[in-house]
Write a protein that binds this ligand. Structure first.
Ligand code: FE2
Ligand code: FE2
Length: 185
């Protein structure tokens, strides 16, 4: 149903501001989730919580690798791991914030982190192993986030944008790990 005038040229932008104003007054307890939110909110919350678990596991893995690399005097690699850990933590925060915005609750329960996370917590026996495990984890995150972005489409643009921002950083991370790995194998 469209109430745009017949003379309206196709493709032009018409917005019923009055209707939007009325809708905005209804269901105010839903906060930022308005009538035009067309995604399946429960599914989006699940995807966000799984991504949150992934980011927490990635933070923990990079933290472990940072301290282990430092212990074997690999300062440059240790610094890189620490930077990544901090960025994974930022990603976790962004996902948690979005979950709350959508009326959900971020799941920080440690016992189920492993099963909910897309990527794994692999300790790695030496520096090369650590770098390789991180590269694998980044590649998993990249593929799952790309899928999620495709799924979200235009139904939840804000969540999609968060995933897009995070994806871009994961691609940088994978690139960093690939560079470190080069010449080691
Ligand atoms: Fe991340
Ligand atoms: Fe990453």
């Amino acid at each position: 149903m469209s109430n745009k005038p017949a003379s309206q040229p196709q493709g032009s932008f018409v917005m019923d501001v009055q209707k939007i104003r009325e809708q905005a007054r209804k269901h105010m307890s839903d906060g930022s989730v308005t009538q035009s939110y067309s995604a399946d909110k429960e599914t989006v919350l699940k995807l966000l919580n799984d991504a949150l678990a992934t980011e927490i596991v990635c933070t923990l893995r990079y933290k472990r690798h940072h301290f282990m690399a430092k212990g074997i005097n690999s300062e440059a690699v240790a610094t890189e791991f620490a930077e990544h850990a901090a960025e994974e933590q930022e990603h976790a925060d962004r996902f948690a914030e979005r979950i709350v915005q959508l009326g959900g609750a971020p799941d920080f329960a440690p016992d189920s982190l492993k099963t909910r996370s897309h990527s794994e917590y692999k300790e790695g026996g030496n520096l090369t192993d650590m770098i390789r495990e991180n590269l694998i984890a980044e590649r998993i995150a990249i593929d799952t986030y790309r899928e999620i972005i495709r799924y979200l489409g235009d139904n939840d643009i804000t969540t999609r944008r968060i995933f897009e921002d995070v994806l871009a950083v994961e691609e940088e991370h994978a690139d960093d790990m690939a560079d470190l790995l080069e010449g080691r194998e």
